[in-house]
Write a protein that binds this ligand. Structure first.
Ligand code: CIZ
Length: 310
């Protein structure tokens, strides 16, 4: 079956099942193209929570599909490839977090959205890369356990007077960027601006013109008068950037900026997922209840926030 036949079948199945297709910015271009909505995990969760569809096909990684389940437990949430995990989310286990909490009984626990449902359930509040600073500064506690990304934790620490105790995890894709990559790209394109994700190392964020979440990078690219923009985030983001800004040139900070697990969903797997209602993602009720508190607490802060990180 060719791409156009696959697209036709997916559209027909979507209608038959009253389904919505949500795709993360890091997905393959053809998946983003057929999606009803493309966004970051936060935007996608909001869509999942407000949709009238019965079935949500989540083209992303498992923790994102779990967030959709937590926010709208009455829906059927499908992940087209069950191996689509997140190496960062896997860096901390519930047992690790329980042990850490015992060592810091006075601390508030903030978990980055890139974490399992169980980690969210053990946390006081969740955050995304766009609202992490507001979330941390909203807390009464002076001490904050920040899990699982040490680079985002370090970035946030620069914008708060809280004591941040970071879990030593990272996103292998963003963490692979180095100061040398920034120097090299500036030599090649002296008239460029560089915007990077806060999951990059401090040596990289310190050299960038702008630091932002994926959605923040897309906004910056739209608003900057610069015509040459280097992005330090996952390659899939180029699809949206080029679509929105036909008059600008975009470059990847490094060709290592490819998240392997974000590329495992194809049009064929998407079709199979809709056709065979697989792979259904579920979260146990007791976990949903607690994780929902952490997610909703974050939503509340976001509504009032200053949006420092964009
Ligand atoms: O929150 C997300 O979707 C991720 C993984 C990164 C970002 O900044 O959008």
């Amino acid at each position: 079956m060719n791409t156009s036949e696959l697209r036709t079948e997916i559209t027909a199945l979507k209608e038959k099942e009253n389904a919505i297709i949500l795709a993360h910015y890091y997905q393959l271009d053809e998946v983003q193209e057929i999606a009803d909505y493309t966004g970051d995990s936060f935007g996608l969760s909001e869509q999942a929570a407000s949709t009238e569809a019965d079935v949500i096909v989540f083209c992303g990684v498992k923790f994102m599909a779990e967030s959709a389940c937590i926010l709208s437990p009455q829906k059927t949430v499908l992940l087209p490839e069950q191996e689509a995990g997140c190496p960062l989310a896997d860096e901390i286990s519930p047992e690790d977090l329980v042990a850490l909490k015992k060592n810091y009984p006075e601390a508030a626990v903030v978990c980055y959205v890139n974490s399992s449902a169980e980690i969210k359930a053990l946390s006081d509040i969740c955050c995304t890369s766009s609202n992490a600073i507001d979330v941390v500064n909203s807390l009464d506690e002076k001490q904050v356990l920040f899990v699982p990304d040490r680079n985002l934790a370090s970035y946030v620490a620069g914008y708060t007077d809280k004591e941040i105790i970071a879990w030593d995890g990272c996103c292998p894709t963003h963490d692979a960027m180095t100061a040398g990559d920034v120097h090299r790209i500036r030599r090649t394109h002296p008239d460029c601006v560089v915007t990077v994700h806060p999951e990059c190392r401090p040596e990289v964020t310190a050299l960038a013109d702008h630091v932002g979440s994926t959605a923040g990078i897309i906004k910056y690219a739209r608003e900057t008068p610069a015509k040459k923009i280097v992005i330090g985030t996952e390659k899939g983001t180029l699809y949206q950037l080029k679509k929105e800004n036909p008059g600008k040139e975009f470059y990847l900070l490094s060709d290592k900026l490819v998240c392997p697990t974000m590329k495992v969903i194809s049009l064929e797997k998407l079709r199979n997922s809709l056709k065979n209602k697989m792979h259904r993602v579920t979260v146990v009720e007791s976990v949903i209840e607690k994780a929902n508190l952490a997610l909703n607490r974050m939503l509340e802060v976001t509504r009032q926030g200053s949006g420092k990180l964009g």
